[in-house]
Design a protein around this ligand. Structure first.
Ligand SMILES: CC(C)(COP(=O)(O)OP(=O)(O)OC[C@H]1O[C@@H](n2cnc3c(N)ncnc32)[C@H](O)[C@@H]1OP(=O)(O)O)[C@@H](O)C(=O)NCCC(=O)NCCS
Length: 347
C-alpha cells in the first residue's frame, strides 16, 4: 500500500507529470499557471508550505490531494476549513482504495473538509464515504438580450422563434433601473472590508472568512483571470462588494458575478449592487449574467432583480470536525453563504 505524507518542493515534476496523465495537457498547463498563487501564496496556509498530501510507492508518486485552507466561519465561530481541490490517483491505481485513504488523511487533519463542483468520480467517493451532501449550490441567470436563450443544439429556426417570443419579457427584465446607493470601483480591498466581514460573520451559519487578505489574494492577485470589483457605500463606509468578470462562451457573451457580500438584512444594498452589475454587463455587451448563491435572502433578491434559477451542477459537500454539530446543522443551509468564488471554481 502507498505511504501518505506531505508535499515536498522536489515533488513538483512528478506531480506535474501525474496531473497531465490524469487531467490532460490543457488542464495541466492551466494548473501550472495558477500553482504558485493557488498553493504557496494562500494567506491561510497553516504552516510554511502548501496543504497537499502525496501518496508514494517507493520513489513513485501515485496520488495527491491538494487543498485550499480557509478560515471557515460558523455563525462567527471560526474553524480551520479546507477546500479539497486537485485530488487524483494514477489511472492504474484507481478503484483500489487509495482515493479513500487520501480523503480520510485530509479530513483527519482539518477542522472542516469542504468540496465544491466535484467530478463524477470524486462526488461518488464522497457519497460512498457518507460526507454530508448539502448541494448543489443554486445557479441563477439573468437574460439581457434575446441571444441569452440561444441553444447551440437547436436549429436556427427554433432559436429565432424562441428569441422573438421571449423578447418582450427580456426587455422588461433587463430594463435599466436607478441605483439606490453609491457604488464605486476599487482596485484592492482595504482593511475596512475585514471590519465589514467581522461585523457580518455572525449572520452567516456557514461562510468562508472574507477578510481583506483573503479577498485580495483571491480576486486581486489571481494570475489566471482579471476581475472587476465594485464596493457598495453608505455614509462614506464600505458596506458590501461585488466581484465579476466578462467572457465569451460558445453561446454568447456572459458576465459572471463571481462573489458578493452585503448584510442579508440590507436587501436594497444587494439590489443596488446587482443593478450596477447589470449596467456593467450591458456595457460589455453581455447577453446574460450568471451567478451562484445558497443564502435564501440573496436568492430572493436575485429573483426579484430579474434572475431565473437554472439547473446547477455545482455540487457541495461539507463535514465539520472542529466543533460539534448535529445532523440538523446540515439540513438548514438557508443562512449559508457560498458562491462561485469559493474553492477554485472560477478557473
Ligand atoms: C476521484 C479519485 C481520486 C478516487 O480515487 P480512487 O483511488 O479511484 O478511489 P477509491 O478506490 O478509494 O474509491 C473508489 C470509489 O470512488 C468512486 N469512483 C472512483 N472512480 C470512479 C469512476 N470512474 N466512476 C464512478 N465512481 C468512481 C466510487 O464510489 C468508487 O467506489 P466503488 O469502486 O465501490 O464503486 C480518482 O478516481 C481519480 O483520480 N479520478 C480522476 C480525477 C478526478 O476526477 N479528480 C476529482 C477532481 S474534483
Amino acid at each position: 500500500m502507498a505511504d501518505i505524507d506531505r508535499y515536498r518542493a522536489d515533488d513538483k515534476r512528478a506531480v506535474d507529470a501525474l496531473y497531465r496523465r490524469v487531467f490532460g495537457h490543457d488542464a495541466a498547463e492551466s494548473s501550472r499557471l495558477r500553482w504558485e498563487w493557488q498553493y504557496r501564496r494562500n494567506p491561510n496556509n497553516p504552516g510554511q508550505g502548501p496543504e497537499i498530501w502525496i501518496a508514494r510507492e517507493g520513489p513513485a508518486i501515485v496520488g495527491q490531494y491538494a487543498t485550499m485552507p480557509v478560515r471557515l466561519s460558523l455563525a462567527g465561530r471560526e474553524v480551520q476549513g479546507s477546500w479539497g481541490m486537485d485530488v487524483m490517483v494514477a489511472p492504474e491505481r484507481q478503484r483500489q482504495g487509495l482515493g479513500e485513504v487520501l480523503f480520510r488523511t485530509w479530513d483527519r487533519n482539518v477542522g472542516a473538509s469542504l468540496g465544491l463542483g466535484l467530478s463524477d468520480s470524486s462526488y461518488r467517493l464522497f457519497q460512498k464515504m457518507r460526507w454530508p451532501d448539502v448541494g448543489p449550490v443554486p445557479c441563477f441567470v439573468k437574460p439581457l438580450t434575446r441571444r441569452a436563450l440561444r441553444r447551440p443544439n437547436w436549429p436556427v429556426g427554433i432559436n429565432r422563434l424562441v428569441s422573438a417570443l421571449t423578447l418582450p419579457v427580456i426587455k422588461i427584465v433587463a430594463r435599466t433601473r436607478p441605483l439606490a446607493a453609491e457604488v464605486r470601483m476599487i482596485q484592492r480591498f482595504d482593511e475596512s472590508f475585514t471590519k465589514l466581514w467581522e461585523h457580518l460573520a455572525p449572520k452567516f451559519g456557514l461562510a468562508v472568512r472574507r477578510d481583506a487578505a483573503y479577498l485580495n489574494w483571491k480576486y486581486v492577485n489571481a494570475p489566471h483571470v482579471r476581475y472587476a470589483i465594485a464596493a457598495l457605500r453608505r455614509d462614506d463606509r464600505n458596506v458590501g462588494y461585488a466581484v465579476y468578470r466578462h467572457f465569451l462562451e460558445p453561446r454568447g457573451r456572459v458576465t459572471l458575478l463571481v462573489d458578493f457580500l452585503t448584510d442579508p438584512a440590507d436587501e436594497p444594498g444587494l439590489a443596488t449592487l446587482l443593478r450596477w452589475v447589470d449596467r456593467e454587463a450591458r456595457q460589455a455587451d453581455s447577453d446574460k449574467i450568471r451567478t451562484f448563491a445558497l443564502h435564501a435572502v440573496f436568492r430572493r433578491v436575485l429573483r426579484r432583480s430579474g434572475y431565473f434559477a437554472v439547473k446547477s451542477t455545482m455540487e457541495f459537500v461539507v463535514k465539520v470536525n472542529g466543533v460539534d454539530v448535529d445532523q440538523s446543522f446540515y439540513d438548514s443551509t438557508d443562512d449559508w453563504h457560498i458562491t462561485l468564488g469559493d474553492s477554485d471554481q472560477d478557473r
